[in-house]
Design a protein around this ligand. Sequence first.
Ligand SMILES: [Cu+2]
Length: 540
Amino acid sequence: MRERPDDRSGRAPGMARRQFLGIGGALGLMASTGLGASAALARRPSVTGAELRSAVPLPPAFQVPLPVPSVLAPVSTSGGADRYEIIQREVTAEILPGVRTPLWTYGGAFPGPTIESRRGRPVTVSHRNELPVPTVVHLHGGRTPPASDGYPTDLVLPASWPETAHDMPDMPDMRRMLGPRAVRSRLRRDYTFPLEQRPTLLWYHDHRMDFTAPAIWRGLAGLHIVRDDAEDALGLPAGRRELPLMITDRAFAADGSLVYPALDPSLRERPGVRELYLAGVLGDVILVNGAPWPVHEVDAVRYRLRILNASNARHYELEAVTDDGRRLDLVQVGADQGLLATPVTHRLLPIAPAERYDVIIDFAGGPVGGRVRILNRLGSGRTRDVMAFRIARKATDDSRVPRTLSTDLPAWRRSDAVRVRDFAFRAGQMRGGHGWLIGGRPFDPARSDVTTRLGDVEIWRLVADVHHPVHLHLVGFQVLSRRGRPPLPHDAGLKDTVSLRPGESAEIITRFDGYRGRYLFHCHNAEHEDMGMMANLEII
Ligand SMILES: [Cu+2]
């Protein structure tokens, strides 16, 4: 874990062509070119991964209404805490009009139900697993004690799943998950979230070791919003003028099911995907809140869009374009971990898997009766379209976007850091096959990778070969630099996922506070995560 980038200019030191060729030339657009790093960087490939093709007719864009996930009602609110129950179960849903698609869901819906909570008011979510495989729930971005953080081997076993190594003689990959620290439960588990954290958009998703990517793909993802009085008092657009937007890509087989190139489609035993998809699985259908290229009717006023990229591997560069070709401002008010200090205006907003952006868009800038399309500049053909808003009418707007959004962001300085660590996120060998490695090593739940003391401030220097959105559990961080230069406008605020583009380096700074225990950091390209790109973070 001490590999030291020998060049901090961001020119991808050490990412020579032999490393690309060494992994079989199968790594999507990037490796298939066989280019050296600097040439590949100059070409700036827009995606890391390979795209599946749907085998059913796809609906035209901007016809299906945008669904808004329902807000889950607590089963009890006594004792200063809210309690929720979610059943993880298989359902068949209509995602594409007239097409029946089996899904794995939280509570019967994709996305799962949204949990709305208040800062500092504890929430317990009791998850019951009625799926055919073990599950693990992680609340992404949550400041959560380790027992409820969803460590990838803390499995919730389905009713008929073997418990011990003795019971699974023909399941060597499953036996690897039986670490001495794993806490397994049968059928049900209560996850408790204190939510002592800045208000923001979190999301919950499956995090089972080796099988996170296909589980999220099948539908195991939902939103969790944390609010507080200070944010409510800002006067940002609210109510039906605040919209969560969970963006994902998927592909559909001829029978309507979701296609996924799993080596073991039962997702019971053998992890991994077919070779072509090792760099990441992309779909040819863009879903927002589970609907294909939807449309939403709005007033000609400001809206607050809480955008999450919940795609396994697809990156987006979002822009808002009117029918007459004008680009509307995307005024960012919040990052992964809550409000910025002051708004940042974008015309193009890059968003990597697991990142969230809290954005104000003013539809008064578009024509009444016309449309504003949200487009992805990194897409091509139908994946250029994301969704559209139809501006129905003029209306009064009592919302505001204050110049000062928050004053509680941490002010860590370089001199506060007690140590600096270096991590390279690169392709490599794992168990005799292709893998994705951090510091040259694949994930091992039994190994100690990073140990730090509660309260320590550290600087981490990250370097990537292809796109790697790097996520730390428990803590938010600030981006100090990118490619040896100041951070980019979209790096502002407190983040929990930083998107490294091909050949890029970045420095982040954070304080490890909150709770002691075993956590993780990993790439949030979900396929990379399943193929080794995860490491232990122990806070003592
Ligand atoms: Cu990655």
